[in-house]
Design a protein around this ligand. Structure first.
Ligand SMILES: *Cc1c(COP(=O)(O)O)cnc(C)c1O
Length: 401
């Protein structure tokens, strides 16, 4: 069996320190020792989220925190504006519909971005929208949305801004407070390098006022109970104790490196990945790519499922396929958390080899060379050589975003 190389946009690899902490005996949570661990984790999360707002920890996957961000904010019959352009944004709408929320949809085709001016127009038209639901990195298409621009048009209105940062926070730039995000939803198993099972919400004072004023359709996810527990700090029900201990280890690494440097490093990995894939003649799914993952089309005539199966069987490289209408048509590669420069180069090398094995013409080494050039640029290495190589030997347009 080949060495496992998990490179999906969630779950992601977990640092060794965090894995080792999972081997320890369970401790009790109503103790000073555990409360001080929670205090440290909350501080670390605030740092990574770039917020002074309260942060709440839930024992659930990311979707649980999404549900909490709906049921606590918009009452049954209330209005929400959902910015929809992919599988995960669609989930905002589905959760709203499940709880009787009146959903106004601003839909753009998958792979496109939202116009802040259109959000402003819709909020003017529907002044009673309680909250706008957006997604920072739409994991199904690999699009990075301009939340800063959307935040600017939501800020002067009465609506709250809720952002799904599940596949982006901890990897790509997210300035919760500066961008005016009232509720930021994050999952543990992506950019935060934690084992699956934890989700977080950063809640602004305006969001708390709204939450406390409505009839919430929630019990386990009733955020008011979590707010009360924050005084300790504590959680209202048994927390996922080992996962919180593991998260504390991962968060220490964020402090060590510094969040700005991590954002920059991720940006470099994203640019290298895009350059590599483009040099191999592959098309990216969007002109507005996120920094935390890259999605590209499987070349015509190649079976998407075979490509992914072979990458895993031959090299242990686990990438993600497409979802919904993109199933079988795209593959997605993460560059968040533990993923480093050599992981990207190996994944590109594996892709080249497997594409050749499946009969798709790629000049071996071409993608790797283009990605290396971007990485060398970052490392400020002089004397870079611009070798020209392409799928069929013809010159290609190097596509570096
Ligand atoms: C992964 C993901 C989710 C869902 O998270 P789960 O932890 O699987 O519930 C939601 N939104 C985005 C953008 C994601 O990437």
């Amino acid at each position: 069996m080949p060495k496992r190389r998990l490179m999906t946009p969630g779950p992601t690899q977990v640092p060794e320190q965090a894995l080792l902490s999972l081997a320890r005996q369970i401790t009790h949570h109503r103790t000073d020792e555990f409360r001080s661990l929670v205090a440290e984790v909350l501080d670390g999360l605030k740092y990574v989220f770039q917020t002074e707002n309260d942060v709440v920890v839930l024992a659930s996957s990311g979707t649980g925190a999404m549900e909490a961000a709906v049921v606590n904010v918009v009452p049954r019959g209330g209005k929400a504006l959902v910015l929809e352009s992919g599988k995960f944004a669609e989930r905002w709408r589905k959760i709203g519909e499940a709880f009787g929320v009146e959903v106004i949809r601003y839909e753009v085709p998958w792979g496109e971005r939202f116009e802040a001016a259109e959000v402003a127009r819709l909020l003017h038209l529907h002044a009673d929208v309680v909250a706008v639901y957006a997604t920072l990195s739409e994991t199904s298409t690999g699009v990075g949305h301009d939340i800063e621009a959307i935040g600017r048009v939501v800020a002067p209105t009465k609506s709250l801004l809720v952002v799904d940062g599940i596949s982006s926070v901890g990897a790509m730039e997210c300035r919760t407070d500066t961008w005016g995000i009232d509720l930021l939803v994050v999952g543990g198993q992506k950019g935060l390098m934690s084992p699956p099972g934890l989700a977080f919400l950063a809640v602004s004072p305006a969001a708390w006022r709204q939450i406390e004023s409505i009839d919430r359709q929630a019990f386990y996810f009733d955020l008011v109970a979590y707010r009360k527990a924050l005084a300790a700090p504590d959680t209202p029900y048994t927390p996922a104790i080992p996962l919180i201990a593991a998260l504390a280890e991962s968060l220490r690494l964020f402090r060590l490196e510094g969040i700005d440097r991590i954002w920059e490093r991720t940006r470099g990995l994203a640019r290298a990945t895009r350059a590599g894939l483009s040099a191999m003649g592959l098309n990216l799914t969007s002109a507005f790519p996120a920094d935390s993952l890259t999605a590209a089309y499987v070349p015509d005539g190649t079976d998407g499922k075979r490509l992914l199966d072979r990458l895993e069987a031959r090299f242990g490289v686990k990438l993600a396929g497409g979802q919904g209408p993109l199933k079988g048509k795209i593959f997605r590669i993460a560059h968040m958390g533990m993923i480093d420069e050599l992981d990207i180069l190996s994944a590109l090398a594996a892709l080249e080899l497997v594409l050749v094995e499946l009969g798709h013409p790629v000049a071996l080494g071409c993608g790797v060379a283009a990605a290396s050039r971007v990485l060398a640029e970052r490392a400020d290495v002089a004397h870079q050589q611009k070798t020209v190589c392409g799928a069929t030997g013809a010159a290609f347009q190097e596509n570096v975003f």
